[in-house]
Each structure stands twice: as structure tokens, then as C-alpha cells.
Design a protein around this ligand. Structure first.
Ligand code: COA
Length: 298
């Protein structure tokens, strides 16, 4: 799909994306590149990085891949430094690396819980912390649109509750808290914006195949999905381009759900036609009821 944004919307920017070699992270890498940015991607698997960098380069995008695990501080530090060495600066950090699996809380060990928090929440903080010095330098002072940007890929699971994802919900709640708190501290002190995107179920991603395998999703109905389609990686990448571009320069500390309104959905308990009749009946009843009659007696 064609982008609605100008091709130079991110011209001259340098972005580092954790988890940038696959899924949503890769699509953001590609769209950042198509809008003028140079991209460094970080991931644990060399062959995934190599394939991704090859694809990006074939689109004419300046790209480089660095192996590393966001759980290791020395990896985070090395990759941030290597990115700056390679491209000369760092303007945007996207935290897209995540670790998820389905598990009932009673079957989940403390180590399983901790592992996901370590990747999603601690890993995001570690990357932000290591990138801070460079994002400060990437900025051009107060009252400008030139400050650095951090963008976290979150989720909507923790807005309510999610079956078999207590670990992921806790981790993403922490990731959102990071966005707001760093937006306050680093926005004030260094003109760095910190935001999040909360995707719903996105087609053709590792998250979708792990957290909502086909066996689970076949029963979805229009009533449970406001826009009645899965999101696409493109939907998320366009939100990222928007937030990274000058169009988003006053957006700080926000986590934008990009899920077609899915997290708000509830099964419809009454048909649309039936609600008119029921509502009229209730109104009629309340008009004829003597003043002071408790509603429980109606
Ligand atoms: N159900 C219950 N517990 C599980 C589990 C599952 N499906 N998968 C892993 N765990 C537990 C393990 O049992 C272990 O706990 P224990 O030591 O008490 O037994 C703990 O989690 C760590 O597992 P391990 O396999 O050693 O971790 P890892 O570091 O190799 O892998 C994961 C991390 C588990 C998050 C792995 O799924 C991963 O690497 N994911 C990255 C890709 C991904 O999830 N993408 C989706 C993005 S939305």
C-alpha cells in the first residue's frame, strides 16, 4: 500500500530498532527507510538480521544489522555505540523486541514471568538508558522539532485483562509506564519525546501466530471486532511514521492504540432494532409510575 506521507518525512534521521529484523519491527524499519531514514536493526538471530538488511538495501535504504539481546546491558551499549559509529548519530530508538507465549498463570513459573518482563520491560528501559546520551545530542535544543524520539511497541492486553497472558500484560503495563515517565523526565530535560503504539492483533506476525493461533481465532464475529479485520503491519508502521515525523512533534507521553477499536469491544447484548422498542417501553413505564415509586418496584 502506498504511504500517505511525503517520501522525505524522515529525511536525514537515523533510527535504531530492536526486533527490527522481523514482524512489525521490520515493517517499521522498511517504512522509516522509505521515508528517508537510515536504519540499524538489532536482534538475536544473525540470519534474520542478514535477510532483513538485504531486503532493506534492495529498496535503497541505508541499513545495518547488529546482533544482540536487549536483556544484556553490554549488548545494548555495544549496539547503540555501533549505530552511532556507523551512521554518525542517533535520532530515533524503536523498542519492538518482545518475548511472548501463552500460559495459564497457574502453570507459569516465576522464571517464565520474569523472562518476559526482562525482555519487554527491563530490555526497553536498558535500551532507552543506553541511547539517552545520543538522543540528547541528536536533539537541537528546546522549542524545536529536532529532539530525539523513543517509540515503544506495546499492546492493549493490560487495559482490561487477557487470558493466559499475565506475564505479557504486566510487562506491557510497565512499558507504558516507562513511556509516560520518560516523556516527563526526558521531555522536560532534553526535549526527547517518548511515545508508544499499542497494536491489536496484526496479521502475519510472530505475535499473532504465538498468541492467537488459527485454532483460537476462527470464531471471531463482527460483533467482537469493530472494524472486522486484522490489522496489518503497514497500519502500525504508518502510525510510527506519523509519530516520528514533524506531524507528531507535540505528541509526548502518549500510547496510541492501533487496533481498530478492538480493545473497547464487548459482545452486543441487545439487537439494534430491539433497543428502540425496549427504550420506549422503559420510558413509557417511567412516565406512568407514581412519583416516588422505587424503580425496583416497576
Ligand atoms: N509456557 C510456559 N512457560 C514457558 C513457555 C511456555 N510456552 N515458554 C517458556 N517458558 C518459561 C520456561 O519454562 C522458563 O521458565 P523455567 O526456567 O521456570 O522453566 C522461562 O520461560 C524461560 O524460558 P527459555 O526458553 O529459557 O527462555 P528464552 O530466553 O530462551 O526465550 C521466550 C524467551 C520464552 C520469551 C521465547 O519465546 C522467545 O525467545 N521469544 C522471542 C520471540 C517472540 O516471542 N516473539 C513474539 C513477539 S510478540
Amino acid at each position: 500500500m502506498e504511504s500517505p506521507f511525503k517520501v522525505d518525512a524522515l529525511k536525514g534521521k537515523v533510527a535504531l530498532l530492536t526486533g527490527g529484523g522481523s514482524g512489525i519491527g521490520f515493517e517499521i524499519s522498511a517504512q522509516f527507510g522509505k521515508h528517508g531514514a537510515a536504519v540499524a536493526i538489532m536482534g538475536r538471530r544473525r540470519h534474520v538480521l542478514d535477510d532483513a538488511v538485504r531486503s532493506l538495501k534492495s529498496l535503497g535504504i541505508p541499513a545495518v544489522g547488529f546482533e544482540g539481546d536487549v536483556r544484556k546491558r553490554e549488548d545494548a551499549q555495544r549496539v547503540v555505540e555501533a549505530t552511532v559509529k556507523h551512521f554518525g548519530k542517533l535520532d530515533i530508538l524503536v523498542n519492538a523486541a518482545a518475548g511472548n507465549f501463552l500460559a495459564a498463570a497457574e502453570d507459569l513459573s516465576s522464571n517464565g514471568f520474569r523472562t518476559v518482563l526482562d525482555i519487554d520491560a527491563v530490555g526497553t528501559f536498558t535500551m532507552c538508558r543506553e541511547a539517552l546520551e545520543y538522543l540528547k545530542k541528536g536533539g537541537h535544543g528546546r522549542n524545536s522539532s529536532g529532539g530525539g524520539l523513543i517509540l515503544n511497541i506495546s499492546a492493549t492486553l493490560h487495559y482490561t485483562a487477557a487470558w493466559y497472558q499475565v506475564h505479557v500484560s504486566a510487562a506491557k503495563a510497565a512499558v507504558d509506564a516507562l513511556a509516560r515517565n520518560l516523556a516527563l523526565e526526558w521531555g522536560t530535560d532534553y526535549d526527547i519525546r517518548v511515545n508508544g503504539i499499542a497494536p491489536g492483533p496484526i496479521a502475519d506476525t510472530p505475535g499473532m501466530s504465538k498468541l492467537a493461533p488459527e485454532e483460537m481465532t476462527s470464531g471471531n464475529s463482527r460483533d467482537q471486532m469493530p472494524l472486522y479485520r486484522l490489522g496489518t503491519k503497514w497500519d502500525i508502521a504508518m502510525a510510527a511514521v506519523f509519530l516520528a515525523s514533524d506531524a507528531g512533534k507535540y505528541i509526548n507521553g502518549s500510547v496510541m492504540p492501533v487496533d481498530g477499536g478492538l480493545w473497547l469491544s464487548k459482545p452486543r447484548h441487545l439487537a439494534k432494532e430491539a433497543v428502540k422498542e425496549l427504550s420506549r417501553t422503559v420510558e413509557r413505564r417511567s412516565r406512568v409510575a407514581p412519583t416516588g415509586t422505587p424503580s425496583s418496584k416497576l
